[in-house]
Structures are given as C-alpha cells and as structure tokens.
Design a protein around this ligand. Structure first.
Ligand code: ADP
Length: 468
C-alpha cells in the first residue's frame, strides 16, 4: 500500500514534463513559422516590386530609344509569354487618355485611376499598389510609372505564383507540425524519463530501505548534477542513520547486559536467603545487600537519564555565572579523604575568579567524575594533580594522575556509554561517568580530551568557554 504513491509520482511527473515539452515545442514552432512566413511574404513582395520596376525601366528605354511601335511589340511578346490573365500593360497620356493596352477583359474593375496618375506626375516616383481582382483567386500587384515626361505606363501582375509558393509553405508546415509534435512528445518522454531516472532510483532505494534493507544505497555517478547530489546526500544520510541505529543497538545491548548483572545478583541473594538459615541476621544482611544492589541500579539508571537530558541541552534558565575556582576547590576538599584512604597525594592548584556561564550541579559532577576516576585508577601511593587555569577565551581544567593509564586502542572508546577498559572490570563502575562528563562539557560549549600512557598515567583536559 505504501509503495503505490511512490511508484506513481515519477511517471506522472514525466508525463507532465513531456506535455510541457511538447507544448513549448509547438508554441515555439508556430511562432517561428509565423515569423518566417511574414519574412518570406515581404521578400516575395519586394522581389515582385523590383521585377516590376525593372520592367518599367526596360520599357521606358525601348520607348525612348525605339519608339511606340517597338514598345507595343515588346509588350505584346511579354504579355503573350506570361499569359493575358497573369499580366497586363496599359500606356496612357498624362491626361489619362489610353494609348494602348493589352487584353483587359480578364482584369475587370482595374480601371484607370487618374488620381494615381496625377500623383506620379507630381513627384515623378512610381507608385505600387495591391488590388483584389473580381473573378481572380489571387490579388494583383500594379505599378504606375512615367516612361518619359508625357507618358504613364501601368503594369499589373498576378500574385498567383507567390500565393502558390506560400500555399506550399503553409501545407508543408501543416503536415510537418503534427509529425514534429509526436516526435517532440517521444523525445520529451525519453528526456523526462532519463532526467527522473535518478529520482526513481532514490525512490526504489527508499522502498527497499523501508522493507528493512538498511545497507541499500543509491548508485552514484560522476556527473555531479542535481540528481547526483541528491543521491550523495541521500546515501550519506543513510550512512548516518545506519551508524545511529548500530549505536542504538549497541547501547540497548549494553544496557540490557549491565542491568542484567545487578538483577541476577539481587535474585541470587534472595534465593540464597530462602535456602539458607532463616535468622533475623541473615534476612537483615539480605535486605542490606538488596538495597545496595538496588542503589547501584538506580544510580546507573539515573546517570543514563542525566546523560540523555544533558545531551538534549541544559536549559538556559538553569545556567548562570559560576566561579569554576570554587567548584574545583570544593571538589578537592571533598575527595581529599578518599585520596588519603588510598594513600594518594591529591594536589589542587587554581587561579581565582574564573567565571563561566554554566549549571553548578552539572559542573560539579563533571569535575567529581574525573577526580573519582583518577583516584579509582591510581594505585596506592600514587599522585593526582588538579589544575585550573585560563586562556584568553577558555577555562582549562587538567586532572592528571600517575595511575594505570589507558591503552591506545581504548582511548577512542572511553567516552562511549558503558565502555570499560579490560583492566578496570574488576573495579566498581558502570562505564557511564566519562559519557556524562563529556555530555556536560558539550552542553557548556566545551570539550574533554585525554592523553594517556599505560602504566604511567592519564591526563584529562577540560576546556570550557569563559563567561562574557
Ligand atoms: P567507570 O564507571 O568504569 O569509571 P567511566 O566512564 O568513568 O566509567 O570510564 C570509562 C573507562 O575509562 C573506565 O572503565 C576506565 O577503564 C577508563 N578510565 C577512566 N578514567 C581513567 C583514569 N583516570 N585512568 C585510567 N583509566 C581510566
């Protein structure tokens, strides 16, 4: 059911793109045809006009040089050659009286226009006019011109040839247009399908992923176009999701594993008490052990909740200007007894008045976790130093010990939830302390880094931005 709309979309988009393509192609073709049609029409008219003017000058030369009879003869030959219904000639005096004309019976309605004759006499420029001729399918182009200072020649020519040429042009276009439209449709469809192929691949990948194939990826090409960028972004998003899911899986495995042990211990204690001596002392010790295990469980659960809360961000309302020097001082006092119990030397040095913007409670936990770890992972007689200083923009806390140290392979993992190095498994702990410390540092805009050498000691460096 869910895959249907996903399948439907690209094809309808392809159809719409095809229709757009065909429509744009058709409109452009019609516009191009119209423009070309008008250009051809004016070229033909220009050509006709030039031919008529040339005829006039030839006839004028004949008349002036060879006389009226020769002119009449030449006109007769031309009119017969072209056809009396295609061309006519008329020679008149300046007053409009006709000297001679070819057969005008096929040119009804083309009477002499004395006003035109008058106008060419006035400015001695030929006049060209287009007329509809009754009974003719085609119009006629007529030139009126002086062939000497006393005579006017009138030559009319049917535009039949031009019209036929334009007819052919129109017909060719009318036949070609639907063919081109169908070809454009196919081409548009092919191009739209090709362009949308990438989108379809992303959709197919998304469908596969929704069916559980999390390692499915969209094939990437090196074209570097929009679709390629979409595929790359989609793939990197999938990589990230896959990493997150793997991380969540690992975390739930760890949680299940780490909660199982205390619960198994509680169950073991209860079982042993049922099987053992039923004395008040025995029950009391069972109750004490159960409470201890429950406390450990609660502590673990609360720390997990704290990490989750800190990672989503500490609210700005709970942030205020805090003197980090006081926090370091108090923490050192608090852990002094614990360090002494283990015969460890705990030295604290700090610059006064280092103000940062933060949450006192969380900052205390960050420092306490680091000092607590340093004591836990340092052997008796060891040395721990806690130092607070500042740079221009940051407060820097360094917690250094000469304890067991951390192996290179573990260094990148110790901030992961529930991660514990092999050599620490015999000691109490949940593997959550450093995760919480890092989440707190990040929530304050800071960071924690670590340097360590096995059997020589570790150095945790906390940087936190100073208050403005
Ligand atoms: P834990 O509850 O195990 O101390 P943490 O998250 O605080 O959990 O620390 C994770 C692991 O990092 C510890 O199990 C330990 O192996 C290692 N570790 C942390 N601090 C130190 C230290 N100062 N010296 C050596 N190893 C340390």
């Amino acid at each position: 059911m869910s895959s249907k709309p996903a399948n439907k979309r690209p094809s309808s988009l392809a159809l719409r793109l095809t229709l757009w393509y065909a429509a744009i192609f058709t409109i452009s073709s019609v516009v191009a045809f119209t423009v070309v049609y008008f250009i051809i029409t004016s070229i033909l008219q220009f050509q006709t006009d030039e031919d008529l003017k040339e005829d006039v000058s030839e006839l004028s030369a004949t008349f002036i040089n060879k006389g009226l009879d020769k002119l009449r003869e030449e006109i007769g030959v031309e009119a017969t050659a072209d056809g009396m219904d295609k061309v006519f000639f008329r020679l008149t005096n300046k007053d409009g009286s006709q000297i001679f004309a070819t057969d005008m019976t096929t040119w009804p309605g083309l009477e002499q226009d004395i006003s035109v004759i008058q106008s060419i006499i006035d400015d001695s420029m030929p006049v060209l006019k287009t007329f509809s001729v009754p009974g003719h399918d085609h119009k006629a182009r007529v030139i009126y011109a002086m062939i000497d200072e006393n005579h006017v020649i009138e030559i009319g020519q049917s535009l039949e040839e031009d019209d036929e040429f334009l007819d052919v042009f129109r017909n060719v276009f009318a036949i070609a247009l639907p063919i081109f439209m169908i070809a454009a449709g196919f081409l548009g469809w092919f191009m739209a399908k090709k362009a949308l192929r990438g989108v379809e691949e992303v959709t197919e990948a998304a469908i596969d992923i929704s069916k559980g194939k999390l390692d499915r990826r969209v094939p990437e090409s090196d074209r570097g176009d929009e679709i390629d960028r979409l595929a790359m972004t989609f793939n990197s998003m999938l990589d990230r999701i896959q990493t997150l899911i793997a991380g969540m899986r690992e975390m739930t495995d760890n949680i299940a594993h780490d909660l199982k042990s205390p619960l198994a211990r509680i169950r073991g204690i209860a079982e042993a008490s049922l099987a053992g001596k039923k004395s008040i002392e025995n029950y009391q010790s069972v109750a004490e052990n159960t409470i201890e295990e429950c406390d450990r469980l609660l502590h673990m659960i609360n720390t997990m909740l704290d990490i989750a809360e800190t990672e989503t961000g500490i609210t700005t309302q709970s942030m205020k200007s805090v003197d980090l020097s006081n926090i370091i001082k108090d923490a050192c006092e608090l852990f002094q007894t614990l360090a002494e119990d283990k015969n460890i030397e705990l030295n604290c040095t700090f610059t006064d008045n280092i103000l940062i913007n933060g949450n006192v409670h969380y900052l205390q936990r960050l420092i306490a976790n680091l000092i607590d770890n340093a004591i836990k992972y340092t052997n008796e007689g060891g040395r721990i130093s806690v130092n607070l200083d500042r740079t221009n923009h940051e407060a820097v806390v360094i917690v250094q010990d000469n304890g067991t140290g951390i192996e290179e392979k573990d260094l990148k993992n110790i901030f992961e939830r529930f991660y514990r190095c092999d050599q620490s498994r015999s000691l109490p702990g949940s593997g959550l302390g450093l995760s919480l410390a890092l989440a707190i540092a990040h929530a304050h805009g800071g960071n924690i880094t670590v340097e360590s050498t096995p059997n020589q000691g570790s150095r945790f460096i906390v940087t936190l931005p100073l208050a403005n």
